[in-house]
Design a protein around this ligand. Sequence first.
Ligand SMILES: *[C@@H]1O[C@H](CO)[C@@H](O)[C@H](O)[C@H]1NC(C)=O
Ligand SMILES: *[C@@H]1O[C@H](CO)[C@@H](O)[C@H](O)[C@H]1NC(C)=O
Ligand SMILES: *[C@@H]1O[C@H](CO)[C@@H](O)[C@H](O)[C@H]1NC(C)=O
Ligand SMILES: *[C@@H]1O[C@H](CO)[C@@H](O)[C@H](O)[C@H]1NC(C)=O
Length: 311
Amino acid sequence: MHFYSSAVVVIALASMGNAQSQYTSTGTAAVAQARATALTLSPTSSVKGKTFDRFVTIWLENTDYDMAAADPNMQWIASQGITLTNYEAITHPSQPNYIAAVGGSTHGFTSDNFGTIDSSVQTIVDLLEAKGISWGEYQEDMPYSGFEGNYVNQQTGANDYVRKHNPLISYDSVTSDVDRLAKIKNFTMFYSDLEANKLPQWMFITPNMTNDGHDTSITTAGSWARSFIEPLLTNPNFMSNTLVLLTFDETESYVSDNDVFSVLLGDAVPASAQNTSNGTAYNHYSILATVENNWDLGNLGENDVGATPFY
Ligand SMILES: *[C@@H]1O[C@H](CO)[C@@H](O)[C@H](O)[C@H]1NC(C)=O
Ligand SMILES: *[C@@H]1O[C@H](CO)[C@@H](O)[C@H](O)[C@H]1NC(C)=O
Ligand SMILES: *[C@@H]1O[C@H](CO)[C@@H](O)[C@H](O)[C@H]1NC(C)=O
Ligand SMILES: *[C@@H]1O[C@H](CO)[C@@H](O)[C@H](O)[C@H]1NC(C)=O
């Protein structure tokens, strides 16, 4: 029994042709066809910010603060930046946290189930584009740019790329625009954009279900995170007055206070602040407030308004 393309899924896709039908899982024939024509865009820009000129957030999964803080690779990452010791996720489970981080609200999402948000609802993308600031998402193992379904490992059938960990993909204001979909890319594109010095100024990075710790442990997630970040710290195509936030979507425990281990790093963090900690109360809405403040973007009129920016 192989997990290769299921004729049933492919037929459903052809007849329904919408994101809901793709949500279950997508067969390889349909993917190969769509991949051949998927639009991919990598626009760049160089709009100066107050504190940084590039913002990157990398999200890991479902780990209690103490577990993350005890991991040796996370400790190494922390030594390179500022550990935020009082940073709270918004809710449980995963999906509404991701949605909140780009839209300032969970927009009624209370589960990981498929859903979409009305096209009248704005996200950080609207604010960035209004100021000419380039943006992109990098989602590991997404089979092609703008893909709206879920995707399993084609050899093992294991969950690999999941829509619920893609913050912008549930917003119709993003998915109804082909140029926006074309900036929701995978890690193949991350490395080719890096190599070509075409990374955008705002990035959201989601590793796959193995590397983010969701289907594994903090040991795997910590090891992946260090192996991903360490070479980037000295890569000038990535580090150009860049602020990086490494965080977790939520804690594993549903009864804890949902404080997640988070580190700010990058060459925008002053050298004197490396290997320090900061106990200011932040949360995932601080991500929006930080970016809005840095580039004078205005706001979304949601929970971004009252949130405390990192800078
Ligand atoms: C970070 O600070 C701790 C003490 O708080 C120290 O033991 C450690 O060596 C420092 N690490 C680096 C890389 O500077
Ligand atoms: C990543 O996306 C690009 C652009 O759509 C596609 O050509 C490539 O095959 C994808 N890589 C993987 C590993 O799926
Ligand atoms: C996630 O990516 C890693 C490589 O970074 C790979 O070894 C692993 O198999 C992938 N996970 C799945 C479920 O395919
Ligand atoms: C850390 O904490 C102080 C308050 O003690 C605050 O002024 C500062 O901006 C904080 N954030 C960073 C990223 O240093």
